[in-house]
Structures are given as structure tokens and as C-alpha cells.
Design a binder for this molecule. Structure first.
Ligand SMILES: Nc1ncnc2c1ncn2[C@@H]1O[C@H](COP(=O)(O)OP(=O)(O)OP(=O)(O)O)[C@@H](O)[C@H]1O
Length: 965
């Protein structure tokens, strides 16, 4: 069996790191296990942590620093590791401390034909990959230094035997023959790291096997079995770290010499360097230049991704020198999608395949550039004035529950692979890249895609828990796990460009810190027996020396499943110097990978399902919050619908009625408006009529008033003439409703032309007067004329009253039915309508007054008739002597009273001289005067009683003469 090169007591000629390098702790047991059965007893010869750290330093450092020598460096005491044929099923002499490190459970290799794989194949390895990759793999033709595909990863050749069979001794001129042949101690010192790591993997596997009742690490078959057993560590505490190495194909001319120095056996997960410092490096996966991304994903990440979906935290990161294919492996191309897009596809496949759970995914994307964290999803920041602004500084915080996390970081919830890919592509575009000596598009930052997976059990009977009638949250809490997909920037030599140099120094520093942490984890981890110890151990590790290690702290300290993909490039396609540099870098990467495999211990556990917002997950779980929100919203919606329905039930008839009523109301409103309009017109008409009637009435009354005023009614002796004129006026009225002014003027004319000098314009008066005066020329005739005049006036007034009554009746008839009710309260508000009501009331009052006047007049007529009778009686008494003369005289006198105004009085017959008038007896005259005074008074009262000072009609206070006291 081939032996692995072991560190010699002294350092080889390979230049050790020149800068300050972290120590590389390598646990004794680990080292023992690394070496395998033949060397496990040589734990004392293992390098000290510090020495190991030095070896774990960055490649650039390593290439420039001499390896410390001396007894202090246990590495120098390491014996040459030789490939030995490990007896199958042999029990290792010592147990490894790396019990928890197992590749058994993740990924899980299937058994195959009695042979077991030396590296964990992908669960999907038996199926064809998207690129059509077949299970056939190429075996390392160690003797020829070439790789060929030969068989499935599931059927690896026994690792140790194959390696041993090929005798992986360095053939490179850079490798001292002593090292390769076991004499070159110094060379072995360096190569030992890889040997340790590689062996450690084996030993760890053995330990895992032992923990599961297995103890063999000597054959791949055994290891494969062990891996299988490891998978049963369902709590995620075993086999949680997978380390893979991918060899990038050379571009340009092939360097056959370089190729000859390297053996790449993907089947055996072996990478052996036959040159100086050479050795065999076993990993969980070794991908040769022909392996595509799908193959890489299947073997290195698929199982981890699935485990993340089950509730474990998982971290996949690509580590390697610049230009070796980290980004190519993580992102891939359109035709050869990388780990990230394949993981995304797988995530959604898992969701589809898991109908009993529901999921919520959110993604963030950050980069660490020059030791500053940038949110790649935040987009460009613009200030108020449109200038590009600085992004808010993202800091790393630590939470006992969440661990280390970056904040504030934009998280996007994604619902489809396309959406998720689009988000990540956006981040990729924002990532900083630049051309370097080795890569035209070199990533200048470490990029971290973080996919947070929230999941919870679906409620039986309903996809979203709505079957829970109580509206309670569905049973089962939310499980939150995180998948971190990290594309590290590549370690590189100092560039000429200052900016690249600065970037490079930051990159190298952070990678150096990562190497240091990884190197130190093991020894400390071995000592840690409890969480407390682990916490105190973590404190001693330099996680805080770089943002990268701080961010990876959770994964590196064992809280996560880890898959590390280390990329290397064998051929340099350049000068010998370049080739040498390349080889050193490649070896350093391989050593890092070995340390990682050896040292990182994962205690990853499936996340608890947190109920509500109480737990770790619950406090962050959007799924729960969304669920609660959705439930509340649905509840609200249901309540609203119920309320709506109930309202509808009870109100539907109402609404119909309402609708009808509304229509009816609208119709009524229209009718009302029409009526209103009609009413308004009628009211206007009524008002016009009323106004006309009132006007006429006023004119009529004015006529009277003017007459009485102008004629000086109740002005003592002159009242006779006034009375006479009034009477004349009244008489002349004769039912004629001609303007009173004409009559007044006639009256005045009469005054100016007393006697018969009546204006020709008033012909009808003549007959009346003639009749009244001219019949006998005495008072009887005058009284008769007065009575006729009054009767005529009465008839006139009656006509007028009936006219008014007719108008009112008409007005009432047209409006009362509609107006009566609404007018009072609806239209009563308007002053116009109020005025109309008042007008109607006034009209009523007027009618009442006129009726009263009518009564008065009737009484007056009765009184006049009575007076006339009395007068006639008196005349008859006096006519015993000369009745005719007396009557004539009386009449004459009376007429003179009426017609005379101190002026000459003319009668139709012979004129009565004043002298004759005065010749009447005193008693006669007195009697006559009294009667006339009575009549005059009565008339005066009547007139003054029915007309007030304003000319408005009022209830007469006239009392009939015969009713006097
Ligand atoms: N396995 C591979 N097969 C084909 N081409 C590859 C492979 N790996 C890398 N390449 C190519 O090599 C070049 C550099 O690869 P990539 O950018 O992925 O390197 P890197 O490690 O990310 O470098 P850096 O650290 O500078 O970002 C790219 O053009 C890429 O297409």
C-alpha cells in the first residue's frame, strides 16, 4: 500500500511563509488518524498548531516564507508517510477526536456491488445530470500521470490500494526525491499537511464508523459503508462537512510536465502530486477537468441543499486561487449552470415534492469588498439632488439565536426559481469584478447569497389552515434554515495595479484569517466538550479578524452543514516560474481543503419548529407572520361577507322598496317641482289678481277718501255742501267704475260751476241730479236721490265684492288643494308665499269688512228710509197750511244744502232764492236741519268709520240712525 508523505523533522526546501502566519493546530489524534494505521502511533510527530498554521497560511505567504524548523515544530518529527496496505476491517489503533466529522450522512453514497465509494456521491449521481454526465468516471493513471474516466463515483476503486498501487511519489523536479521516497523529511513536512488532511478524512470516517460500530478506514469500500452509516445521523451531527476539489481545465497549450506530476482520480477522490512536496490528497470529491457543474453540484451540494430544506443550516463556499473556477462553479454559465442556479432549482423541486409542508423563501445577497459589506440587492442609492449616494453601512451583529448576521440587509421574498435567479443575477451584476493577471473578470469581493427557508407543516384538510374553525394558528411551528452560497474572491499575488493590490491585500488577509480559523478549529474543537467550552473556544478563534470569518463563524463553528469546494488549476500554461507558483498555490489550496476537512466539526441540528413569535424562528419567521396576517385578513373578509350577506338578507326587500321609493320619490319630486312651478305661476296670477283687486279697491277707497277729504267732510256748516258733493259724487257714481279723478274733477267743476253747470263730460249725472233735484226741488227728492245713490253704491260694492269673491274663489280653487298643506310648512318659509297667505287672509278680512259695510249700508238705507218717512210725515203735517210750498221749500232748502256752497243755487225749475229759503219758519228750519244733520252725521260716520286715515278699509262703526240712543 502506498504511503503518504509525512513531514520530516526539518522543513523542505520549499520556501516557507514570510509574513506573520497564524498557527496551524493539528490535533494529535487527527494526525494519527491521518496517517492511517501505519502512522497513527506517531502522534507525537505531528506538527504543532503554530507550525500547522504556518502551513495553512495563504498561498502567497507560503510561497515566500521558510518553514520553521527545529524540534519545536512537531511536523519535523513526522515520519515519512508511506502508503501502506491497510488491512480491511482492521481496527485503527487510536480513535480520532473528529468523531462528529463524517461525510457519511451527507452526502449519502449508496452501496454498490460490495464496493463502496471513497467519497460521498450525490444522491442523484445515478441519474443523468442535466449535461448528460454519465456515471463513468476516469481513473487516475498514476503511472502515466493522466486522468481517465472509468466508472461511476459510486464504484470507486479502493483508495488506499489504488494509491499505493500507483506509488504517488513526487516526480517533479521541484520535489526532492527524499520526500517522495521517504527520506526527504523536509519535503514531507509540507506535504504532510495535505497528507494529514487527507488522512484525517479517512480517520474521521473511521471514527465515525467506530461510533456506528465500524472501525475500518483502510478501504474505500469500508469508507463507503461508513458513509452510508453516517447518513443515519439524522440529527445532522455527523458527516456534515464535505470537502471537494475541482480541477480546472487548462487553457491554451497543455503543460504535459505539469500534468504528469499530478494524478487526479475523481473516482477515488484523490489528488496526488508527484512533484516536490507532493503527496496524496483525499477528499470527499475530486472533480477533474471534465466534470461539469451539474456533477459538482450533485456530489458536493445537492444533499446539503436538501438538508437545508429539511431544516438544517447549510453553507457552501468556493475557495481557491484566482482564476481557478470558483465563480464558474458557483454561478456557471447558461449552458453549464453552477451550484447556485442548480440549488435554486433543487429548492423548488423539493418544495414541489413536499406537499405536506409549506415554504417561504427570502434571499439576500451581499459582498465583502475591501472589508466592507455591501448589499448587492439594494440597488444604486441616489441622493436628493440625484447624485449617487453612499449605501448605508452594513454591520455584522451577533445574536444568541440568529448567530452572526449582517444588517441592514435587503431581503427579497421569492416565489419561483426564475424570480430567485433574477434576484441573484441582479446581485451578480452589482458585484465588483476586474481584470487581473490571471482572470479577465476576477471577483474582487467575497459574495454571499443567503437563502432563508421557512417551512411549516400544512394543516391536514386545508392548504392554509382555514379549516381551523377557531381561527387559531395552524398546529406546528415554523422552521427556519439558511442556505449560504459563497463565492470567495481568489487569493492572488500582489498586482501591479494599486487598486488591485489593495483589493488583493484585503482578499488575502481575509483568506488568511479563514485559513487560520480553520486551522485552529480542530485543536480547540477537540478540547471542547460542551457548548460552554465551545463558546469559550470560539472566543479564542480570530473570527473577528475579518468580516469573512465573522460571517462564516456559524458555519465554521459547527452550526451548519458545510460543503467546501476548492478549485485548483494544475497546468500553468506558462513559464516554469509560473508553473512553480501555480503548483505552490494549488498545494496551498489543497492543504486548506485538507484542514477544513479535518478540522471543521459540524454539530448542525435541524432547526426547531417555533410556534408563534416566541422562538428564534418565530421571531423572524415571515411565514408565521404572513399566515397570521392572512388568517386575520380572511377572517375580516369572512366577517365582512357575513355582515354583507345578513344586511343583504334583511335589507334586500328594503332596498327594493327603497329603490321603488326612490323612484317614486324622484317622480314625486318631479311632480312636486312641476306643481311648484304651476303653483308659483298660479300664485303669481293670484297675487296679480289680488293686487289688481286691491288696487281697484284702493282706488275705489281712495276715490272715496279723496272725495271726502277734498270736500271737507265734517267741516261744520260747509258739510252740507261737502255732503252734497259727496252725495253727488256718490250719485254720479251710478255704478260707473270710471276713474274717480274724473268725477272728482267733475265735482270740482261743479263747485266751480255751481248749479247746473255740470261738465258735459258727465252727462249721466244730470239725469240723476235732475231727477233728484228737479222732481220737486225739495229735500224729499234729495233724500230719494241719496237713497238711490247709496243703493247704487251698494250695488256697486256688491258687484265689486262678488268680483273679489269670484277671484278669490278661483284662486283658492286652483291652489288651495295643493297649497293649503304644503304652503303652510313647505312654502311658508318663503316671504313671497308667506305674503300670499297674508294676502289671502287680508282678502278674507276685506270680504268680511265689505260684508260689514254692506250691512252698514243696508242699515243706513233703512235709516235713510226711516228718516225719509219721518220727513214725509213732518211735511204732511206742515203741508196742512201750505204743504206744497213747505215741501218745496224744504226740498229746495235741502237741495240747496246739498248743492249750495254759499253760492247761487240753481234748480231745474225755478231757482230757489236764499231769501225764500230763509223765509221758512224757524221750527221747520230747525226740524229740517236736525234731520239733515242726522243724515249727514250718519253718512259722515259711515264714511269715516269704514275708511281709516291711510285709506284702508276698516270695520265701520257706523250706527244706524234709528238705533241711536
Ligand atoms: N471547470 C471549468 N471549465 C471550463 N472553464 C472554466 C472552468 N473553471 C473556470 N473556467 C474558466 O476560467 C475563467 C476563470 O474562472 P472564474 O472566473 O470562475 O475564476 P475564479 O476562481 O472565480 O477567479 P477569481 O477569484 O479571480 O474571481 C473563466 O473564464 C471560466 O469560464
Amino acid at each position: 500500500m502506498a504511503t503518504l508523505p509525512r513531514p520530516a523533522a526539518s522543513r523542505p526546501s520549499i520556501a516557507p511563509p514570510t509574513g506573520p502566519l497564524p498557527s496551524l493546530p493539528v490535533p494529535k489524534k487527527s494526525r494519527v488518524s491521518n496517517v492511517g494505521p501505519a502512522t497513527r502511533t506517531t502522534s507525537s510527530l505531528l506538527p504543532s498548531p503554530s507550525t500547522a498554521a504556518n502551513r495553512a497560511a495563504s498561498s502567497s505567504a507560503l510561497s515566500h516564507r521558510p518553514t520553521p524548523k527545529g524540534p519545536a515544530n512537531p511536523a519535523t518529527n513526522l515520519p515519512t508517510v508511506t502508503t501502506t496496505e491497510a488491512p480491511s476491517g482492521s481496527t485503527p489503533p487510536a480513535r480520532t477526536l473528529r468523531k462528529t466529522v463524517s461525510i457519511g450522512s451527507f452526502p449519502q453514497p449508496p452501496k454498490h456491488g460490495g464496493r463502496t465509494s471513497s467519497h460521498p456521491p450525490s444522491p442523484l449521481s445515478s441519474s443523468s445530470t442535466p449535461s448528460g454526465d454519465t456515471p463513468n468516471r476516469r481513473s487516475v493513471e498514476a503511472s502515466k500521470g493522466t486522468t481517465t474516466r472509468q466508472g461511476s463515483i459510486k464504484k470507486p476503486a479502493p483508495r488506499v490500494s489504488s494509491v499505493g498501487g500507483r506509488g504517488l511519489l513526487a516526480k517533479s523536479p521541484l520535489t526532492p526525491p527524499s520526500f517522495l521516497n521517504g527520506s526527504g523529511e523536509s519535503v514531507r513536512t509540507s506535504s504532510a499537511q495535505g497528507s494529514y488532511a487527507t488522512s484525517a478524512t479517512t480517520i474521521d470516517d473511521i471514527d465515525d464508523d467506530e461510533s456506528r460500530g465500524r472501525s475500518d478506514n483502510t478501504t474505500a469500500g469500508d469508507r463507503s459503508s461508513m458513509h452510508k452509516d453516517g447518513k443515519d445521523g439524522k440529527d445532522g451531527s455527523k458527516g456534515n462537512v464535505v470537502v471537494s476539489v475541482r480541477v480546472r481545465p487548462d487553457v491554451g497549450a497543455k503543460d504535459s510536465k505539469q500534468e504528469a506530476e499530478w494524478e487526479i482520480n475523481n473516482k477515488r477522490a484523490l489528488l496526488a502530486y508527484k512533484g516536490r512536496e507532493g503527496g496524496e490528497f483525499y477528499y470527499d470529491n475530486v472533480f477533474d477537468t471534465q466534470d461539469n457543474n451539474a456533477r459538482v453540484y450533485d456530489a458536493a451540494a445537492k444533499r446539503l441543499v436538501r438538508r437545508v430544506m429539511e431544516g438544517y443550516h447549510g453553507t457552501v463556499f468556493a475557495y481557491g486561487m484566482t482564476g481557478t473556477g470558483k465563480t464558474f462553479s458557483m454561478q456557471g454559465t447558461a449552458t453549464n449552470p453552477g451550484v447556485i442556479p442548480l440549488a435554486i432549482t433543487d429548492i423548488f423541486s423539493y418544495i414541489r415534492e413536499t406537499p405536506h409542508r409549506e415554504f417561504l423563501l427570502r434571499v439576500s445577497y451581499l459582498e465583502i469588498y475591501n472589508e466592507k459589506i455591501h448589499d448587492l440587492l439594494a440597488g444604486p442609492i441616489t441622493t436628493m439632488n440625484g447624485q449617487p449616494g453612499a449605501q448605508e453601512e452594513i454591520k455584522l451583529r451577533e445574536d444568541s439565536k440568529r448567530g452572526v448576521y449582517a444588517t441592514p440587509l435587503k431581503e427579497e421574498i421569492v416565489q419561483s426559481p426564475t424570480q430567485l435567479l433574477r434576484v441573484i443575477a441582479r446581485g451578480d451584476n452589482a458585484r465588483r469584478v476586474a481584470g487581473t493577471q490571471f482572470n479577465a473578470r476576477s471577483s474582487r469581493s467575497h459574495a454571499v447569497v443567503q437563502i432563508v427557508v421557512e417551512s411549516r407543516e400544512r394543516v391536514p384538510g386545508g392548504p392554509n389552515g382555514l379549516k381551523d374553525k377557531r381561527g387559531a394558528i395552524t398546529p406546528g411551528g415554523v422552521r427556519v434554515s439558511t442556505l449560504s452560497l459563497i463565492d470567495l474572491a481568489g487569493s492572488e499575488k500582489a498586482a501591479e495595479n494599486k487598486e488591485r493590490r489593495t483589493e488583493g491585500s484585503h482578499i488575502n488577509k481575509s483568506l488568511l484569517t479563514l485559513g487560520t480559523v480553520v486551522a485552529r478549529i480542530s485543536s480547540d474543537g477537540d478540547k471542547a466538550t460542551s457548548d460552554k467550552d465551545k463558546a469559550s473556544k470560539d472566543k479564542h478563534l480570530p473570527y473577528r479578524d475579518s468580516k469573512l470569518t465573522r460571517l462564516l463563524q456559524g458555519a465554521l463553528s459547527g452550526n451548519s452543514l458545510v460543503s467546501i469546494l476548492c478549485t485548483v488549476q494544475i497546468g500553468s500554461s506558462g513559464s516554469i516560474a509560473a508553473a512553480s507558483s501555480h503548483t505552490v498555490e494549488t498545494l496551498n489550496t489543497l492543504k486548506f481543503a485538507s484542514r477544513a476537512k479535518n478540522n471543521i466539526v459540524s454539530h448542525a441540528k435541524k432547526a426547531d419548529e417555533s410556534l408563534g413569535a416566541g422562538g428564534d424562528a418565530g421571531s423572524r419567521a415571515l411565514l408565521d407572520r404572513y399566515r397570521i396576517e392572512i388568517q386575520e385578513l380572511r377572517k375580516q373578509l369572512e366577517e365582512q361577507n357575513k355582515a354583507k350577506d345578513s344586511t343583504k338578507d334583511t335589507k334586500e326587500p328594503e332596498s327594493k322598496e327603497e329603490e321603488k321609493e326612490r323612484e317614486k320619490d324622484e317622480e314625486e319630486e318631479k311632480i312636486r317641482e312641476l306643481e311648484e312651478k304651476n303653483r308659483h305661476e298660479e300664485q303669481m296670477l293670484e297675487m296679480q289678481l289680488a293686487r289688481t283687486a286691491l288696487k281697484e279697491r284702493i282706488e275705489h277707497l281712495n276715490r272715496l277718501i279723496l272725495s271726502s277729504k277734498s270736500l271737507g267732510v265734517n267741516n261744520g256748516p260747509r258739510s252740507f255742501s261737502a255732503m252734497s258733493l259727496q252725495r253727488g259724487s256718490v250719485l254720479s257714481n251710478g255704478g260707473d267704475l270710471r276713474p274717480l279723478s274724473a268725477r272728482s274733477s267733475a265735482s270740482h267743476t261743479t263747485l266751480e260751476a255751481p248749479g247746473r253747470n255740470i261738465t258735459p263730460g258727465v252727462p249721466h249725472d244730470g239725469s240723476e241730479e235732475d231727477d233728484s233735484i228737479g222732481e220737486n226741488g225739495d229735500g224729499s227728492a234729495s233724500q230719494g236721490a241719496q237713497i238711490r245713490s247709496l243703493q247704487s253704491d251698494l250695488a256697486d260694492k256688491n258687484r265689486y265684492i262678488s268680483t273679489l269673491e269670484k277671484r278669490l274663489l278661483h284662486a283658492r280653487r286652483s291652489s288651495h288643494s295643493r297649497v293649503s298643506m304644503s304652503l303652510s310648512h313647505k312654502l311658508g318659509g318663503s316671504s313671497e308665499d308667506g305674503g300670499l297667505v297674508a294676502t289671502i287672509a287680508e282678502k278674507d278680512a276685506e270680504i268680511h269688512n265689505l260684508r260689514a259695510q254692506l250691512e252698514d249700508k243696508e242699515k243706513m238705507i233703512a235709516a235713510l228710509t226711516s228718516a225719509r218717512k219721518k220727513s214725509d210725515n213732518a211735511h204732511e203735517v206742515s203741508s196742512d197750511s201750505s204743504p206744497g210750498s213747505r215741501r218745496a221749500s224744504n226740498q229746495s232748502h235741502q237741495r240747496g244744502e246739498i248743492n249750495g256752497n254759499g253760492g247761487s243755487l240753481k234748480t231745474k225749475g225755478s231757482p230757489i232764492s236764499p231769501k225764500a229759503f230763509l223765509t221758512n219758519s224757524k221750527s221747520e228750519r230747525e226740524s229740517r236741519d236736525e234731520k239733515l244733520a242726522d243724515v249727514t252725521r250718519m253718512l259722515d260716520e259711515m264714511i269715516s268709520g269704514r275708511v281709516d286715515a291711510n285709506g284702508a278699509p276698516r270695520r265701520s262703526s257706523l250706527r244706524p240712525v234709528n238705533e241711536g240712543p
